[in-house]
Design a protein around this ligand. Structure first.
Ligand code: ADP
Ligand code: MG
Length: 704
């Protein structure tokens, strides 16, 4: 019944990939192009012209009419402005052209992208520059076929206005420092070390018709009202459950679209909450993974539309059920194939790995606030620290094996053994005996070692993974740099490295936590250890511009102080705008939909009481009367809370400082929103469903 899919044929068919380049570019040009990709060598204008033309021919053969510089401004999503290949007509005819100049540099009007004061609106110039390390691709939808060229976006004076530029800078810095570490251990062949990233993406799928009946989902991406359904996720019957046909058809279509784009979509399953799912691709080089994650999010939304559904990427679309995140799996792999995070079978003997681990412990401990900041966005405030995966406190989970090695090193200065996994016996003879990992998993840790990579689990589902990876790269580059400075100067390397590992691990062991990250005890314990517990995006943002942060990012040329300050301002501004939208949406829904609906219902109750009493004076109308009393009381609570929220909104409108306003929203408006939600949700449980003006949680997440 279903047509067969030839995945190998489809995979990457919309990508101007290495093999396409090899096939279509003259040998010399191809070699020059490769050199640019691998070493960053400048490309001659003549070569750029040839590459551009080949790209255009390839794209036009596949139906492309336009090209765009595709970039990632500070909004956290992607931007594109299409230009057709059409040239000025001669004798009424046009030729399709695309020059090297157009490939390399673009000049979108930058004035309407957030820049945090880096560029006044009258100095609107901004440039996009071709990032040839990420392949060009075709986007195919109702707009037609568009050739997309991944680019970095910067201001007239060279400051980064996007998420890509700092990421690329951080990758270069990390590669340089990681190579110093490899060299110390005698490696002379590796020429580059690249952070590899695999981002597991969680999402919700709901019916589009129902989505369109909820103003909160439309404007805020999450429900601002909503009583819990009688059933939630308590039966644990959704996680890894059989995928329903409608969702399965969506996943099938989604995979196809992603494969065409060369995105190695690998794993799909139902997640914890009803209507929640996950997709994980195979890991790739960080900058490509960042681009691909953007495309995954965009494609998820687009394909959902074709299936009559809407994909919600918000971190917490529904209160009371699991929210969505993104696990950012991160490791460091050299061009010669060495994964610096691979401990091998006997980590206690793997000195290079132990040094890398010690450096990561140190970096994360020192910059816990920055890492926390890198994963904060407006939606994530509803997850981090709100009794859900993971807590807002940064800690590292190492697992039993590595924790034991670290303990030996810290306590005795020597690690002489590594715990073994052994065999796993199920007690059933017909089942195979499995090798057991030396380490169990821990689902509550924000930064967990999982075999040969770290998994940063704080990132929000709707967020770009650029910032977390930029930050992680920077933190680790700094720790590597400091270690290399010391070790390169040491007279006796073996003793020096041994001492350094012990020193780093001893000084930073407080960052290790293998227990239950959700428990209140950990919050207390973390406070005793002096670990920061930053509960909101607003509080996290200040970490960007501390002396410590500026010193880190400036040292490695990742951000200037001005860039950091601009980003801080953009974040406050984004928070302010998002909260303003949420508050206004609540006011709108309460005023125009909910209160009128409840009034209609009270009228219905009142007329029932009157009509029943006049038809049959002896009949008992106490049920209607009690309900009327209860509903009317909640109705006036709602109206009071609505007025209070409106007042807060007015007060907010008077504040002009973005940071001050953000704090006002967090401390004053957010609680006022909760005060309004409470009586309304209670009303939803009392009012006749026919009167309630929007689909319920049950309708939304159980009836997809
Ligand atoms: P789990 O989270 O259950 O450990 P997997 O092992 O399948 O799941 O990995 C999850 C994600 O981590 C996938 O995107 C995978 O490609 C990625 N991943 C696996 N190995 C590495 C690595 N060495 N570096 C970065 N990402 C990796
Ligand atoms: Mg995972």
């Amino acid at each position: 019944m279903s047509e067969t899919v030839n995945v190998t044929e489809i995979f990457g068919s919309d990508v101007f990939s290495d093999s396409v380049m090899r096939e279509r570019l003259p040998k010399k040009i191809y070699a020059e192009m490769k050199k640019t990709i691998e070493t960053g060598a400048e490309m001659s204008p003549a070569t750029a012209d040839v590459v551009a033309n080949a790209m255009k021919d390839w794209a036009v053969e596949r139906g492309a009419t336009h090209y765009t510089h595709w970039f990632q401004p500070l909004t956290g999503i992607t931007a594109e402005k299409h230009d057709s290949f059409v040239t000025a007509p001669k004798n009424g005819k046009t030729l399709l052209e695309f020059s090297g100049k157009e490939l390399i540099k673009g000049e979108p009007d930058a004035s309407s992208f957030p820049s945090g004061g880096l560029r006044a609106t009258f100095e609107a110039r901004g440039y996009t520059a071709w990032d040839c390390t990420s392949p060009a691709f075709l986007k195919e939808d109702a707009t037609g076929v568009i050739l997309c060229i991944p680019t970095a976006f910067c201001s007239y004076t060279g400051e980064a206005l996007d998420k890509k530029t700092p990421l690329l800078r951080s990758m270069e810095a990390l590669s340089e420092q990681a190579l110093r570490i490899l060299r110390l251990f005698g490696n002379t062949t590796a020429a580059k070390v690249t952070p590899s990233v695999g981002a597991e993406q969680e999402y919700f799928l709901i019916d589009r018709e129902k989505y369109l009946q909820r103003k909160d989902l439309i404007y805020a991406g999450r429900t601002l009202f909503g009583a819990p359904a009688p059933k939630g996720q308590e039966l644990e019957d959704h996680y890894f459950g059989t995928i329903r046909e409608r969702v399965g058809a969506y996943m099938k279509d989604l995979n196809l679209e992603l494969w065409k784009l060369g995105i190695p979509a690998k794993t799909q399953h139902n997640e914890v909450a009803p209507a929640q799912h996950e997709l994980a691709p195979i890991y790739e080089e960080a900058n490509v993974a960042v681009d691909h994650n953007q495309l995954v999010m965009e494609t998820m939304k687009k394909v959902a539309g074709r299936h009559g559904m809407t994909c919600l990427l918000h971190e917490k679309p529904f209160a009371g059920v699991n929210g969505s995140g993104k696990h950012d799996n991160w490791s460091l792999i050299s061009d010669t194939g060495i994964n610096m995070l691979d401990p091998g079978k006997t980590p206690h003997e793997n000195i290079q790995f132990l040094l890398v681990l010690a450096c990561i412990m140190k970096g994360i401990d020192i910059h816990a606030d920055l890492l926390r900041q890198s994963a904060s966005n407006v939606g994530n405030d509803h997850r981090l620290g709100a009794n859900e995966a993971p807590p807002a406190i940064i800690s590292i989970f190492l697992g039993a094996q590595l924790e034991d090695v670290v303990k030996q090193l810290v306590e005795t200065g020597e690690a002489t053994s590594s715990l073994r996994g052994g065999k796993l016996n199920t007690g059933v003879h017909s089942l195979p005996v499995l090798a057991r990992d030396a380490t169990d998993r821990n689902r509550t840790s924000p930064f967990a070692f999982t075999g040969n990579k770290f998994e940063f689990r704080m990132v929000g589902s709707s967020d770009s993974i650029a910032d977390p990876n930029t930050t992680l790269n920077a933190i680790v580059a700094e720790a590597f740099c400091e270690a290399a400075d010391e070790l390169e100067a040491a007279a006796d390397f073996d003793t020096a490295v041994h001492d350094l590992i012990k020193k780093y691990m001893s000084e930073h062991q407080r960052i290790i936590f293998n227990g239950n990250g959700y428990s209140e005890l950990w919050v207390e314990e973390a406070a005793r250890r002096g670990l920061p517990n930053i509960r909101s995006m607003v509080d996290a943002t200040a970490a960007l511009t501390t002396k410590k942060s500026a010193a880190l990012f400036e040292k490695f040329g990742i951000f200037t102080r001005a860039e950091l300050e601009s980003r801080e301002e953009v974040l406050y501004e984004m928070y302010d705008k998002a909260m303003n939208i949420e508050a206004l949406t609540m006011i709108d829904m309460a005023t125009k939909q909910i209160i009128p609906a409840v009034i209609s219902y009270t009228t219905q109750l009142a007329s029932s009481i009157n009509q029943v009493a006049s038809a049959c004076p002896l009949a008992d109308t106490s049920v209607q009367q009690e309900l009327l009393l209860e509903v009317s009381a909640l109705l006036s609570d709602s109206k009071l809370a609505l007025s209070a929220l409106k007042e807060k909104q007015l007060a907010a409108a008077a504040l002009t400082d973005k940071k001050e306003l953000a704090h006002f929203y967090k401390d004053e408006v957010v609680p006022a929103m909760a005060d309004l939600r409470r009586p309304v949700d209670q009303l939803e449980m009392l009012v006749d469903k026919r009167y309630w003006p929007m689909p319920s949680y049950g309708d939304l997440i159980f009836e997809v």
